[in-house]
Design a protein around this ligand. Structure first.
Ligand SMILES: NC(=O)c1ccc[n+]([C@@H]2O[C@H](COP(=O)([O-])OP(=O)(O)OC[C@H]3O[C@@H](n4cnc5c(N)ncnc54)[C@H](OP(=O)(O)O)[C@@H]3O)[C@@H](O)[C@H]2O)c1
Length: 349
């Protein structure tokens, strides 16, 4: 059976995913028996399109690349109607992140889950603000709500913790969860002033015109909240995660760290203390011998403290068109595998 994929948001990640799916179509079918059509796309800029037999996605990529609106298979349906009416089996929610309200992604996710469609997303809004509620809704409808791409893009941290490391008790997580600030701290260590580094980070496209979300630690806080709730069952809200960014780090602080054989990193932490789980984000001086200290530039990394394996550290890219598109693909394949298993055992998938 073919998976029918719908995409909401045809920006960097939406197009990255589409390119991977086109380029790997034969490989995915041969290796995993994964067959698909992309049947619907909703995008502010390019329009809403639907073809139940499959869209001409290469044409859509070409149009988007040229900055032109879609011309084929256009429908006069808003997102809600498209999500409800289209014959998608899975919706990929890839619109912008809003960490205040979660909207409009949250409405997209709820509409899809209520309609009995799987949802895969790299959008931190719904995952950080409403994960327990959305997972419950997904379970009730017998579908999946999958969010690997929300933390460290395609570097597999959520799936690693919940999959291959299942059976280990994870008692703590420490990580470099924001590439922009890690890049900035790396450059500041070379002697550059904060405001000069920020300017370069903006020119290179690492930092947004309004860098608040990165430099004040809010982006890392959203990821820490997601990890705390999914990996360590914390049941906490984002407002319970204390947060301090890198804006107060001075050249004198950097020199002080150097003298102690340490280096500043913006660290997101989740710690189990008895029955409670606490989570916070703050700059920390890390001993140079720790694996996180060697992670430089825009790279991300996470160390899980486990009972059976000791510390397990994973290092990898935390953003990017292909890297985040890949995260979505891993969740799509996970849904495919689950469905195949359910089919074998005769249960509803
Ligand atoms: N890029 C990365 O490396 C990365 C990594 C991890 C996670 N993420 C997350 O993944 C999501 C997608 O990121 P991105 O980089 O692809 O963003 P993007 O390039 O800004 O693309 C988002 C697309 O969604 C469209 N859009 C916005 N609101 C919409 C709506 N209500 N209905 C339909 N389309 C809508 C946008 O149109 P307009 O441009 O007209 O608004 C844009 O084309 C975000 O939540 C982001 O935080 C991204």
């Amino acid at each position: 059976m073919k998976h029918k994929i719908g995409i909401i948001g045809f920006g960097t990640v939406g197009r990255g995913l589409t390119e991977i799916l086109i380029n790997k179509r034969d490989y995915l079918r041969r290796k995993y028996g994964y067959k698909f059509d992309i049947i619907a796309v909703a995008d502010f800029k390019f329009g809403n399109v639907y073809n139940p037999k499959g869209l001409d996605v290469q044409h859509m990529l070409d149009m988007a690349q040229a900055g032109k609106k879609f011309t084929r298979d256009l429908v006069d349906w808003d997102n809600t109607r498209l999500i409800r009416k289209a014959n998608a089996t899975v919706w990929c929610e890839l619109t912008f992140t809003d960490l205040q309200t979660g909207g409009p992604a949250i409405e997209h996710v709820i509409t899809a889950l209520e309609a009995g469609k799987h949802v895969v997303t790299s959008n931190k809004g719904p995952a950080a603000l409403h994960y327990p509620r959305l997972k419950k809704l997904a379970d009730k409808r017998g579908v999946e709500f999958m969010i690997e791409g929300t933390v460290v893009a395609g570097t597999p941290v959520i799936n690693l913790a919940t999959g291959p490391m299942a059976g280990c008790t994870i008692n703590g997580i420490r990580g470099i969860l924001n590439g922009t600030t890690n890049y900035m701290l790396t450059e500041m260590e070379k002697g550059m002033a904060y405001k000069d580094v920020l300017k370069i980070a903006q020119e290179k496209g690492y930092a947004e015109a309004d860098p608040t979300g990165d430099v004040e630690g809010f982006d890392a806080r959203a990821k820490v909240t997601i990890l705390a709730n999914i990996v360590m069952d914390a049941g906490i809200g984002i407002e319970e995660v204390s947060c301090e960014g890198i804006t107060k780090i001075t050249p004198a602080d950097i020199e002080q760290a150097r003298k102690q054989n340490k280096r500043w990193k913006l660290i997101g932490s989740v710690v189990r203390r008895g029955d409670r789980v606490e989570a916070f984000v703050k700059p920390e001086m890390i001993d140079l011998s720790h694996p996180l200290a060697g992670v430089m530039g825009a790279t991300n990394a996470l160390t899980f403290a486990t009972d059976l394996l000791g510390d397990v550290t994973i290092v990898g890219p935390g953003a990017g068109k292909t890297e985040t598109g890949f995260a979505i693909l891993t969740d799509l394949l996970a849904i495919h595998r689950k469905r195949a298993q359910h089919k074998k055992s005769g249960r509803k998938a």
